[in-house]
Design a protein around this ligand. Structure first.
Ligand SMILES: [Zn+2]
Length: 237
């Protein structure tokens, strides 16, 4: 089990940690700022700095077998640290921040486009969501305008934890969510964009929609009779 520092503060770029295990899959730490691939968001890259000044390049981060287990994948030629070593774990912040901006932007897209989300992916500088939209084609310019308006309005973005009992006591929360949360899982992490979107999400996000910056809809594709794929990108990264 790894303490997941990005869950409470996505802006933490580095942390001190102990190496708890090393195997052919990668390196496990007692705590980390590295986000593992999941929820459509790619895993972080970065470095582990050892006490003697050497560094181990981390090229990817993935989930382990148990909940809250994070595996830091070293570069193929890297010499991994020994279990018990103290390291400073440092993410590639420029890349992560672009992923946070795009991830938050995809939440806004859910609020702009009517229809259930059937899939999606956060990329570096670009992203896409698939919507279950029957019949009529979507208006690219209208979607871009709606999205950029929500971005410019500067809505606050914050995680919010809720348990099953609270969810039961506030059914109006579920009605406003674009995705139904799993029940029976104990604590659920919701991502709230004040007055715009609320849904279960474990990813990393910016604090305010204004931080996303201008975006454009690059392409809307038909992926099956009821499936529309909306591709977007930053106007400038
Ligand atoms: Zn999210």
């Amino acid at each position: 089990m790894t303490e997941l520092l990005f869950r409470d503060d996505a802006y933490t770029r580095s942390c001190a940690a102990w190496v708890t295990a090393v195997d052919e899959r990668g390196i496990r730490l007692d705590r980390t700022v590295f986000y593992p691939t999941g929820g459509g968001q790619p895993g972080d890259s970065g470095v582990l700095r050892l006490a003697d000044g050497t560094t181990v390049d981390i090229v990817d981060t993935v989930k382990g077998d148990s909940a809250d287990e994070v595996i830091h994948v070293p570069a193929p030629d890297a010499v991994p640290p020994q279990p018990g070593a103290e390291v400073t774990a440092e993410i590639d912040w420029e890349r992560r921040h672009r992923l946070m901006r795009m991830h938050t932007c995809l939440h806004l897209l859910c609020a702009v486009v009517p229809g259930a989300v059937t899939g999606g992916s956060v990329g570096d500088g670009r992203g896409r969501l698939d919507f279950d939209v029957p019949g009529a084609s979507l208006d690219k310019d209208a979607i871009a305008a709606g999205l950029n308006r929500l971005i410019a309005e500067g809505h606050a973005v914050a995680p919010r934890w809720i348990d099953d009992a609270e969810l039961e006591a506030h059914p109006e929360l579920v009605r406003t969510m674009s995705v139904k949360p799993p029940t029976g899982a104990g604590k659920i992490r919701l991502l709230e964009i004040a007055g715009v979107d609320l849904q279960p999400c474990g990813g990393t996000h910016v604090r305010n929609t204004a931080e996303i910056g201008p975006v454009e809809i690059t392409k809307i594709e038909n992926k099956g009779r009821q499936n529309r794929r909306i591709n977007l990108a930053f106007v400038s990264s």
